[in-house]
Write a protein that binds this ligand. Structure first.
Ligand SMILES: [Zn+2]
Length: 454
């Protein structure tokens, strides 16, 4: 079916409350009952435990209604899917993405905003077809993108938006040219990222409170601060601690008033300790952390939302300063991962791929790279139930107040049928076009390449 017809089918189905991909040819259900699907003949990885065989899963509407070790009798209008002995997994969750980063910063300066949005739409669908049924966007104006996906206008993952990443002047989010007039000059220009709502600069407690509240007003499910120097920027070395303790505490206060949490981009130990003392609940990256700070994180249950893939091959076109920072981070990754694992820090699964759809398409290589430190079960837990626990920190701001990342009654029916066994070779997930036979989100089927289904 061509893209246009498929979109119409999805929109029509979602408007009638039954989001079913037209290619599944589900028989229409009576309007009084939600559509039901029974998946049988599968090994079930429930998001937590070793997989077990012979299970059946009944889906009613957008949720899992029943998980059984004995056969479930399908109703007259229940669609039955034969899993063919494949593995059934919860949909994957990526805890660190930038869905709007679809072009390089240089390219971004000379395009119409709608063009970039069109690319982000393509990117959202591509992520879903890589098996990511949920993504936490850790910096970017993705509120409209999320709204359109949720309304069924086009296919994409569930989105937990942070809105603009909040930075101090001369911090990781300060992308102004060096020639830009000082910020205190009346009428000083905003950077392109600030104009687009991708980042916002805030100095001092009142500015921080305003910046946090602006994101919450637009629907941020959590707040993202840039609390240390970063690899991809020119003017903030990795050793810099960004924001004062007072600024960090103000952000945590403003977020907790809305029932949610703050996560910080932070690489170095000093900045990270400062942020934890201020009350943040999650640290992004963390590659330069020492044993003492990782121990503090383990003791306090602070999440480490780290990522590997982006450092294996830094984005093209970066400067020598940025290249050196990427290399420093890459060189520290092995020691940090081993220490974090030893100390039982809660480790999330993120990717942070920026600067274009081709780069974003490397998302699933993160599974393969983590095999250096983790078993397949550990990696799959990180990408499902683990990340779900992390995203649930959004509390009252959680945009999807059902369970994700697990296969159990009451959870959203976000499911993958996997060809091959990732428990013996996790790298098969690097090629989702081959290894994902079926992709379901909220009970709707977005891909079904089982031979019987073609
Ligand atoms: Zn990032």
């Amino acid at each position: 079916m061509n893209q246009h017809l498929r979109l119409i089918a999805i929109v029509a189905a979602s408007l009638s409350g039954a989001l079913v991909h037209a290619e599944t040819q589900a028989t229409p259900e009576p309007s009084s009952s939600a559509p039901a699907t029974l998946i049988r003949n599968v090994r079930i990885f429930d998001g937590r435990n070793e997989p077990w065989s012979g299970g059946e899963v009944l889906i009613v509407g957008d949720k899992i209604a029943q998980v059984s070790r004995t056969p479930i009798a399908p109703g007259a209008n229940t669609q039955v899917i034969d899993g063919g002995g494949r593995l059934l997994s919860p949909g994957f969750i990526d805890a660190h993405v930038h869905m709007n980063s679809v072009l390089t910063p240089d390219e971004m300066r000379n395009v119409e905003p709608a063009y970039a949005t069109a690319l982000a739409i393509k990117g959202a669908e591509a992520a879903l077809l890589r098996g990511f049924t949920t993504q936490r966007d850790t910096g970017g104006n993705v509120f409209g993108l999320k709204q359109a996906i949720d309304a069924g206008v086009f296919p994409g993952p569930r989105v937990y938006p942070s809105g603009a990443a909040i930075s101090q002047t001369s911090g990781h989010g300060d992308s102004r040219d060096l020639m830009a007039p000082p910020r205190f000059t009346p009428g000083a220009e905003l950077s392109l990222d600030e104009r687009l709502g991708e980042s916002v600069l805030a100095d001092g407690v009142p500015a921080m409170l305003t910046a946090v509240r602006e994101q919450l007003r637009h629907g941020a499910s959590q707040i993202k601060l840039l609390a240390s120097g970063g690899a991809s920027t020119e003017f903030d070395p990795l050793y810099v601690s960004e924001f004062t303790p007072e600024e960090l505490r103000a952000a945590v206060d403003a977020a907790s008033s809305f029932g949610t949490y703050v996560t910080v981009h932070s690489y170095n130990p000093e900045a990270t300790r400062r942020a934890i003392e201020a009350g943040v609940r999650c640290v992004e990256h963390g590659h330069l952390l020492d044993e003492a700070v990782l121990k503090l994180m383990a003791d306090r249950g602070i999440w480490l939302s780290t990522n590997v893939i982006v450092y294996e091959k830094p984005p093209a076109g970066i400067t020598p300063v940025q290249q050196a920072k990427f290399e420093e981070v890459w060189a520290s990754t092995d020691r940090m991962m081993r220490t974090a694992k030893k100390l039982k820090v809660k480790i999330g699964f993120g990717t942070d791929l920026v600067y274009g759809l081709a780069n974003q398409a490397r998302q699933n290589r993160e599974f393969t790279l983590r095999a250096k430190w983790f078993t397949p079960l550990e990696i799959l837990r990180q990408a499902t139930s683990g990340n779900a626990e992390l995203l649930a920190l959004s509390g009252r701001r959680n945009p999807y107040p059902g369970k994700i990342g697990v296969i159990e009654p009451g959870a959203y029916a976000d499911l993958l049928l996997i060809d091959g066994d990732p428990f013996s070779d996790i790298s098969i997930l690097e090629h989702p076009e081959k290894s994902l036979a079926l992709i379901m989100k909220g009970g709707g089927i977005y891909k079904d390449s089982r031979p019987a289904a073609r």
